[in-house]
Design a protein around this ligand. Structure first.
Ligand code: A3P
Length: 313
């Protein structure tokens, strides 16, 4: 087993022995737990989370597959819900803190047994809907962001290779792509992750709000208004007139965040470089990576898995 597995509880180590195992993207192995693929330490955290975490109806949870716009959604939602405490100006916390430090991951909090931030609480997660424990039965608000699987793959491959320990050989584009198409990636399969939240958003539109990265890129102001309304911090007419929506869009834009000193240095989630969170932020960058056979294969996977669901890219 990898070093990371040595540190786990005996209960978790025993469980790992019983789970399907595959080559990992960042850790030596990924394991399939409750239908999804995780790094070993995440499984221990999810078990603790499912045992101890108590959702509150006033919680807001930002959910996503990694590399689909999590950082952007954290910045936008943080700016929206805190705009009375932190007006959109040059003293805004997003100019001196990375969005991941302002909106923590649920599992980080469970891990560190940190005190949760004041209510109403805002946090994020990559945990798929069926594994969300008490959040599922609560009345809390979930905002889900997804992104076209071609760009998500390219973003993931670049990001995870950069974060891959030197002790492991690099993961080639072909190998990673094969794993991705089989659903083997952190929090994957991506289709099951998306479908879980998608179906819930159809069933309970007041609880689950579905956003697409591409839509946010295309018409930020429109979707920011919808997002603000969903999280119950709607913009007033006066705010609209005063350009508050445009101010938030600009503050949270890729160009602004990428060029901040705080986002050029340091790490987040233990060892990933903050700078690697801000790569290109383009729609359609996959054309520079995938050959026609790969495009055909992934298109087929998407059609097979998402066809008929009403969710398309
Ligand atoms: P690329 O790798 O295609 O550039 P996540 O935050 O879920 O890890 O997703 C990372 C992706 O979102 C990266 O995509 C990154 O560049 C992009 N991104 C980060 N901040 C962004 C922002 N403020 N606006 C738009 N895209 C952003």
């Amino acid at each position: 087993p990898g070093d990371e597995e040595e540190k786990l509880s005996d209960e978790c180590k025993e469980l790992l022995l019983t789970l399907p195992k595959e080559r990992g993207w960042v850790t030596l192995h990924l394991y399939q737990f409750q239908g999804f693929w995780y790094q070993p330490a995440e499984i221990q955290s999810i078990m603790a989370f499912q045992k101890h975490f108590q959702a509150s109806d006033s919680d807001t949870v930002l959910a996503s597959v990694p590399k689909t716009g999590t950082t952007w959604l954290k910045a936008l939602t943080f700016a929206i819900v805190n705009r009375h405490r932190f007006p959109i100006n040059k003293n805004h916390p997003l100019l001196t803190s990375n969005p991941h430090d302002l909106v923590p991951f649920l599992l980080e909090l469970t891990n560190l047994s940190c005190k949760f931030p004041d209510e109403p609480r805002l946090f994020s997660t990559h945990i798929p809907f069926p594994s969300l424990g008490t959040i599922k039965e609560s009345n809390c608000k979930i905002v889900y962001i997804c992104r076209n699987p071609f760009d998500t793959f390219v973003s993931a491959w670049n990001f995870f290779n950069r974060g891959r320990p030197k002790s492991l050989p690099p993961l080639s584009l072909d190998e990673a792509f094969d794993m991705y198409c089989k659903g083997i990636i952190l929090s994957g399969p991506f289709w099951d992750h998306m479908l879980g939240y998608w179906k819930e958003s159809l069933k309970k539109p007041h609880n689950v709000f579905f956003l697409k990265y591409e839509d946010l890129k295309e018409d930020g102001a429109f979707h920011l208004k919808r997002l603000a309304k969903f999280v119950e911090y709607p913009f007033t007419m006066e705010e609209e007139r005063n350009g508050v929506i445009e101010g938030i869009a600009k503050l949270c834009s890729f160009e602004t965040l990428k060029n901040l000193e705080v986002n050029k240095t340091g790490t987040f989630c233990q060892h990933f470089e903050r700078a690697s969170l801000f790569r290109k932020a383009e729609v359609g960058d996959w054309v520079n990576y995938l050959n026609p056979e790969m495009v055909e294969r992934l298109s087929k996977v998407i059609e097979e898995r998402l066809g008929g669901s009403g969710l398309s890219f």
